[in-house]
Structures are given as C-alpha cells and as structure tokens.
Design a protein around this ligand. Structure first.
Ligand code: AMP
Ligand code: ZN
Length: 467
C-alpha cells in the first residue's frame, strides 16, 4: 500500500487525501514549455515542483505515468519562426533540445512521455468534432469557437463569473486575461504566414488550449488523476481544457489540480514579456552551481511565491556546501568502536519528519529543515564519540532518501578518494609523532591554501573543504 499523501486541490479549494482512480497508479499531465525561447528559472521552478511531485509519489510506492507536452505551435512559436524566416519545426527543435538540456542539468527525472502538439492535430480535430456534435461550438469566418454559455460548469476552477460575460464576445489570442471571459477559439482559420493543416474542420491550425486536452486524453484516458501547471495557467488555459474535455466526453476530466505559485523578482512575476528574467544559462555563466539553483528553486513550498535574489542563491550554495562537508566528514571518519554519540531516535525522527513533510502537500521547506537538523546531529556526534558502523548505514539510508526525493545531495569523494590529501595528512601525523611541529604546521598550511580544512578529532584527523 502506498503511503498517504495530501494535496491542496485548486478545484475543490481544499487539502484532500489523495486517492488515484486506478489503485497504486498515478496519471499526471503537466503543461510543458512553449518551445519558442530558452525557458527561464520561473518556468524551471514549476518544472522542479513537478519533479518533486513525481519523485515523492514514486518514493511513496505509487507507479507514475507523467505526460509533459511541448507546445510547438501557438502564437509565440509561429511569430518566432517567422521572424527568423525558418520552418516551425526547425525553430522549435532548437528550443526543445535546449529545454531537455536544462532539465537534465537541474537533475529533473524524465517524464514518461513528451508529446509535441503538432503530432496530435488529428486528435484535436476529433475533439472539436465531438464538441460540435454536443452543441458546444460555432463557426465564424472559418474559425471554430467554444461557446462557454453551453457549459454551465465554466468558471468552476478559476472562479470567473459566467453571468458577467458579454454573450457572443470572442477571443482569438492564445493568452488573455480574466477580464476577457469569452468564447475562445478551438480551430483558427488560415492566416498569411501561419502553418496550415487541411482537416475536416477546414484549413487552419489549432488554438493553444485544445492541444493539452488532446495530448492528455490520448495518453492518460478521458479521466485522470493530477493536472499541474503554474497559477497563470488556471485561467484561461486550464478552465478551457476542462470545458473542452468534459464538453466532448461528458466525464470528469481531472480529479486533482495542482498549481505552483510564481517565481517573482521584486514582487513581479518573472516573465519574458517583462524582461525581468534569468535563464539557467545566465546563472551558470555567472558561475552558479546547478545543485544550488535546484536547491533554491525547491526550497520554498510550491504554493508560496518564491522571491528570487542572488543572496538567496548564495544561501542555497552555502546549504549545499554544508551538506557536502558533513558527508565528507562522515566518509573520512572511521566508525566508532563503542556506542557512539548519534541517538537512533535522531535518524528515525528525521525519516518520519521528512516523509510527513512531503505528504503534507509537498512541504519541501520543512523536509529540508529536517535534513539540516539531522546533519547537525551527525556533526555533533562526530565531534563527540563518533558513529558506529551500523548507525552509519542508517544515516546513509536517510541521506539516500533525500537524494532520491529532492535530489540535492552532492557527491563527495569516498574516504581515501583523494590519495594526495590523505598522504599529506599521514605525513603530518608522522611529523607530529616526531615532534617536528614546524613541518606539521607547514603541511596544514599547504592544505589550507587549497581550501582543505583539517580537524583533529579523538578518532584521528579528518578533512573537509571550506571554512
Ligand atoms: P510557458 O513556456 O510560458 O508555457 O510556461 C511553462 C510553464 O512555466 C507554465 O506552467 C507556466 O505557468 C510556468 N511559468 C511561467 N512563468 C512562471 C513564473 N514566473 N514562475 C513559475 N512558473 C512560471
Ligand atoms: Zn497546457
């Protein structure tokens, strides 16, 4: 039996115990990137929330099938390809490849499927046909629209009010604001400079929203468990997905809707259109460690805004360094022969607290705090009587749990992994035994100059990097 987990469901506006429709198997759809540019770290925050979601569900014993689409046809991709005078596929291939490189750099586990919208046009046409059959559409000037007045549940997810809608008003743009609650476009009539598909709906191309209904239902069925995105997706994108999917099938589309809050900069959403964004590449060029970037982006629970600052990023780097130093110390300290100083309860309490935190709507901040408390206990034990081998294995299991679920554990050299440092430490020990303190100090200074700090403990000399 998988472990219980609770999620805040945007649709019900409550925290709920999560139960998948098919026992033990969680089907997730996540709105993926629009491949018209490099993604920024705001987008990556959302993709990392989805990574922690899938890793947690798997660690809790569920099987996961996750689909993340690539939006390779919409207003923005068409505009970008035209501006460069190249084909849509060539243009979007470039940014799709960059996207995969970025998520790999940040240690995101791959989803099971990454469909591209342009490969699913027949499925979109079929949904529009079913919608038409059920009286949800109308055609005007060669474009097909969804009539929102035909779907009484419209607004249930986002809370927009249908009674304030001007009847018959339409929008053709893929992205629009809440003030524009209107009939939206499913299929767009051909336009100069836009790609064209010849279909039963006439010539034209799909609107953005229908793409996600088609790709999610193709892979996950007409009803599935979890749909994710950031809060800007709630309206109109996800509201429209529900209307299209339920309008076509007559069945509930998604059980649990999870939405990540934004990454903000000085209170404003990080966005391409505002020009206040950093890509992952920008931060790597400035010398930041991908692991620190990952740590920062998952350190705030996903339903809270995360204010991006370089101070915050340095703080995340220091946290990674602390983890590395503790693990190095642990690796370089021989096991205690006696009982040692780490109470079993400290490790067990950590494991319980870590899992409880994640089961509580993915509270990553609390999970990380629990991990740092464990590291403090480990350091205290190493300062005192040390840690015996059996206990050491339990600590390794605890660290492995963090690595599996949050993936913020740096690799450290195993004991003896740095032969040169170990040789210098042995020389220093010999010098001290011979009471040649000048030579012992010189060796220590040489190591300090290389950023290696020595600590003489009751169990011998151990080393770590840093201050
Ligand atoms: P897009 O490529 O614009 O379709 O965005 C990809 C994903 O990133 C979507 O789920 C967006 O909602 C999300 N997103 C966009 N801006 C931000 C931000 N500043 N913080 C967090 N997520 C964002
Ligand atoms: Zn989507």
């Amino acid at each position: 039996m998988p472990r219980e987990i609770r999620f805040y469901n945007t649709l019900s506006r409550r925290a709920e115990a999560f139960v998948p429709l098919e026992p033990g198997h969680v089907r997730i759809y996540t709105c993926g990137p629009t491949v018209y540019n490099f993604v920024h770290i705001g987008n990556l925050r959302t993709f990392l929330f989805e990574d922690v979601l899938r890793r947690t569900l798997k660690a809790f014993g569920f099987r996961v099938t996750q689909v993340m689409n690539l939006t390779d046809i919409d207003d923005k991709t068409i505009k970008g390809a035209n501006a460069e005078g190249i084909g849509l596929r060539e243009f979007t291939d470039r940014y799709a490849a960059a996207f995969f490189a970025d998520i790999d750099t940040l240690g995101v586990e791959r989803a099971e499927h990454y469909p591209r919208a342009t490969d699913f046009v027949p499925q979109m046409v079929e949904i529009v046909r079913r919608l038409t059959e059920r009286g949800h559409t109308y055609v005007l000037d060669g474009s097909t629209y969804f009539r929102i007045a035909s779907f009484p549940a419209y607004g249930r997810l986002s809370g927009v009010r249908l009674d304030e809608v001007k009847s018959g008003a339409r929008v053709d743009a893929d992205e629009y604001e809440k003030e524009d609650v209107r009939d939206f476009v499913l299929w767009k009539a051909p336009k100069e400079g836009e790609p064209v598909w010849h279909t039963a709906l006439g010539d034209g191309r799909p609107g953005w929203h229908i793409e996600c209904s088609a790709m999610s239902m193709e892979y996950l069925g007409e009803s599935f468990d979890i749909h994710t995105g950031a809060v800007d997706n709630i309206f109109p994108h996800h509201e429209n997905e529900i209307a299209q999917s339920e309008g076509a099938t007559g069945k509930p589309f998604v059980h649990t809707w999870l939405h990540a809050e934004h990454l903000v900069v000085e209170g404003q959403k990080m966005a391409k259109s505002l020009g206040n964004f950093f890509t992952l590449r920008d931060l790597l060029e400035r010398g930041h460690d991908p692991l620190a970037i990952r740590y920062l982006l998952i350190s705030v629970p996903y339903r809270q805004k995360l204010n991006f600052t370089f101070d915050g990023l340095h703080g995340a780097g220091a946290a990674i360094e602390r983890i590395a130093n503790t693990l190095r110390r642990l690796a370089h300290t021989p096991p205690a022969t006696g009982e040692g100083s780490l109470a079993p309860v400290d490790v067990e309490a950590f494991l319980a607290d870590f899992d409880d935190s994640l089961a509580d709507d993915l509270n990553t901040a609390r999970a990380l705090a629990a991990f740092h408390t464990l590291l403090t206990r480990v350091n205290q034990a190493l300062d005192a009587e040390g840690i015996p081998a059996a206990m050491r294995r339990r600590v390794d299991e605890a660290v492995a749990r963090v690595a599996t679920v949050l993936n913020v554990v740096p690799l450290v050299e195993a004991a003896g992994g740095d032969a040169e440092i170990d040789a210098l430490i042995a020389d220093r020990k010999a010098a001290r035994a011979a009471r040649d303190f000048a030579r012992a100090d010189a060796i220590r200074a040489k190591l300090t100059a290389r950023g290696i700090v020595l600590e003489d403990t009751p169990h011998g000399t151990v080393w770590h990097r840093g201050k």
